[in-house]
Design a protein around this ligand. Structure first.
Ligand SMILES: [Zn+2]
Ligand SMILES: [Zn+2]
Length: 303
C-alpha cells in the first residue's frame, strides 16, 4: 500500500529563498490528504505534477496564515475547474467563517460541498477512520490553538500463498476466509490451518505531523514510536529564547523529541526565513538524532 508524503512548503511565516509556507500532500493508498495549505500551494502542486482534483481531505493545523492562506485559492480553482465531489475539511471552527466571508463577497457559490469537521483543540481525538487509515489529533502548544495529526495505517488482510493453496487443491472461493485469518474446513472434513497457507501483512506504519509548537512533553505520548515524525525546527538552538517567545522549536529540540519518543525517522521543517541555507539545521539535529532529514520541497518521503 502506498504511504508517502510529498513536501509542498517548508518555510515558516513568509515565502523566501524558493521556500514556500507549509503544505504537504499525504498519499495513503491513492487517497490524498492535504496537510496545511500555505500561500502558493496550488503552484507547488502544479510544479510537482500533483493533481489538486485528487484531494478529498484537507487538514488545517491552526489559523496562522502560513498554514492556510492558500486554501481559498485552491478551493476556488477546484470550483472553476468543475469539481463536484465533496471535500472534507478538518480545521479550527473559525476557518468556516473566514472562508464564508470570502465566498460571500466574491458571490461564489461552490458547485461542490465543503464538509466541515471542527477540531477540538483541547482534547486528542480520532477525527477520521476509513479502510486505509486512522487520523488522530495531537494537542500542540502554540500561541493560538494548534493541533498536529497522526496518521496510522490500517492493518491489511493476510496474504495467501497461492502456490500452496493450488497444490492443496483449495478452490478460490475459500481465499477470502484465509485472508481474514480463519482456518478452513474443506467439504471432505480436512482442516487447513491458516498459518500454513498465509503470511501476515506488513506492520501498519504511522506518520506524525507536528507544526507549530513549543517542545512540550504533554504531546509526546501521542507520537511515541511513530515511523516518521515531521517536526517543526524553526530555529537553530542558539535562538532558543526566540523559539520560546514565539512558541516554536529548535532543531536540537526536534531531535531530542524524536529520540525521546523513539521515532524511526525525523523530518525537519518550518524553517525560519533567516536561514538561507539549511545545512546547519540538519547538522544540529544529527548531533542528537542520526536519522534526521530536511523536508525538501518536491521530495516524496516513504513513511
Ligand atoms: Zn507556522
Ligand atoms: Zn503558527
Amino acid at each position: 500500500m502506498t504511504f508517502e508524503v510529498t513536501i509542498l512548503g517548508s518555510s515558516s511565516a513568509t515565502p523566501v529563498y524558493n521556500r514556500n509556507p507549509t503544505a504537504q500532500l499525504l498519499n495513503c493508498n491513492e487517497k490524498f490528504y492535504l496537510i496545511d495549505c500555505g500561500e502558493g500551494t496550488q503552484q507547488q502542486l502544479i510544479k510537482f505534477g500533483l493533481k489538486a482534483s485528487k484531494i478529498d481531505f484537507v487538514l488545517i493545523s491552526h489559523l496562522h496564515g502560513d498554514h492556510y492562506f492558500g486554501l481559498i485559492g485552491l478551493l476556488s480553482s477546484m470550483h472553476l475547474n468543475g469539481r463536484i465531489k465533496p471535500i472534507h475539511i478538518f480545521a479550527p471552527e473559525a476557518l468556516k467563517e473566514i472562508l464564508d466571508i470570502q465566498f460571500k463577497h466574491s458571490d461564489t457559490k461552490l458547485r461542490y460541498e465543503l464538509i466541515y469537521h471542527f477540531i477540538n483543540p483541547k482534547k486528542s481525538e480520532i477525527i477520521l477512520e476509513n479502510s486505509d487509515v486512522v487520523i488522530q489529533t495531537i494537542i500542540l502548544n502554540h500561541r493560538i490553538p494548534c493541533t498536529g495529526f497522526k496518521f496510522t495505517e490500517k492493518k491489511r488482510l493476510r496474504k495467501v500463498v497461492v502456490e500452496r493453496l493450488e497444490a492443496a487443491g483449495v478452490p478460490l472461493e475459500y481465499y477470502a476466509m484465509l485472508k481474514r485469518g480463519l482456518d478452513l474446513t474443506l467439504p471432505n472434513g480436512e482442516v487447513l490451518l491458516n498459518v500454513d497457507y498465509t503470511t501476515d501483512s506488513a506492520t501498519p506504519k504511522t506518520y506524525a505531523y507536528c507544526s507549530d509548537t513549543l517542545m512540550d512533553e504533554r504531546y509526546f505520548n501521542s507520537i511515541r514510536n511513530c515511523d516518521t515524525l515531521y517536526h517543526e525546527a524553526t530555529f537553530l538552538h542558539e535562538m532558543i529564547d526566540r523559539a520560546n517567545e514565539t512558541h516554536h522549536t529548535t532543531a536540537l529540540q526536534a531531535a531530542e523529541i524524536a529520540s525521546l519518543v523513539q521515532a524511526k525517522k525525523l523530518l525537519l521543517g518550518h524553517f525560519s526565513s533567516r536561514y538561507k541555507t539549511l545545512g546547519p539545521i540538519l547538522d544540529e539535529a544529527k548531533t542528537l538524532f542520526e536519522a534526521s532529514e530536511l523536508a525538501v520541497e518536491g521530495h516524496t518521503y516513504q513513511i
